[in-house]
Design a protein around this ligand. Structure first.
Ligand code: G4P
Ligand code: NA
Ligand code: NA
Length: 189
């Protein structure tokens, strides 16, 4: 998606040759027009698929997911990240390990929002190690719902997430695929 790549080139900041900061349109300040165009692109990529729900994770996946859900006229569910308190039979949980933060956390979705009849599109802002997306896919499987695929705004293809998810049999559609960071510059495919 050229418009997205242009914004990343113009406003993205590369930190430590490993992290891309895009706080001016995605992770802190949000550009609604760009989010809507991203939503339109996801709809185009998954055209012809039956989608009844969108599943994302708080917080940065929510904006693009809501735009996509608005176009498709389907509900958007976001998994919460919480330390589990009491055992709750009414929720699906999946373990997600963050290599960046060096900790594992449960992600949580209420069972009432996912049925076996659902056909789910997973959306997230970044794909790095694929832990968050794999956890979301695990929750869709626990609900015995169908998984249409995984839509990602920015994929860091030099990290193992994309390959891992594709190998697991999931369809991954990433709108900007980063091959490498080089001297503070972003190199796309
Ligand atoms: P993984 O899910 O692919 O395994 O990601 P990882 O644990 O490595 O990343 C932890 C958090 O950092 C996630 O956000 C993820 O979206 C984000 N992230 C990973 N790489 C980058 C990057 O290069 N730039 C930016 N801006 N974020 C990155 P989170 O902690 O869940 O936070 P939230 O912003 O969604 O609330
Ligand atoms: Na995220
Ligand atoms: Na994030």
């Amino acid at each position: 998606m050229d418009l997205l790549k242009e914004r990343i080139q113009a406003e993205g900041l590369v930190l430590d040759n490993s992290l891309l900061k895009v706080d001016s349109f995605l992770n802190q300040q949000i550009d609604p027009e760009l989010m809507m165009k991203i939503g339109e692109e996801f709809v185009k990529r998954f055209q012809g698929e039956r989608i009844t729900k969108i599943l994302t994770i708080e917080s940065s996946g929510i904006a693009v997911s809501v735009m996509t859900g608005l176009i498709l006229k389907v509900p958007v569910i976001f998994a919460r990240k919480k330390k589990p308190k009491v055992t709750d039979d009414n929720v699906y949980t999946a373990k997600v390990h963050s290599f960046t933060k060096r900790e594992s956390n449960d992600i949580i979705v209420s069972k009432q929002f996912l049925q076996k009849e659902d056909s789910v599109l997973i959306i997230d802002d970044f794909l790095a190690n694929g832990e968050a997306a794999a956890g979301l896919a695990n929750i869709v499987e626990q609900a015995n719902a169908s998984l249409v695929g995984i839509g990602i705004v920015i994929e860091k293809s030099f990290q193992p997430g994309a390959q891992k998810l594709i190998q697991a049999g999931y369809r991954v559609e990433s709108l900007a695929r980063i091959k490498a960071f080089s001297n503070g510059q972003v190199i796309f495919y």
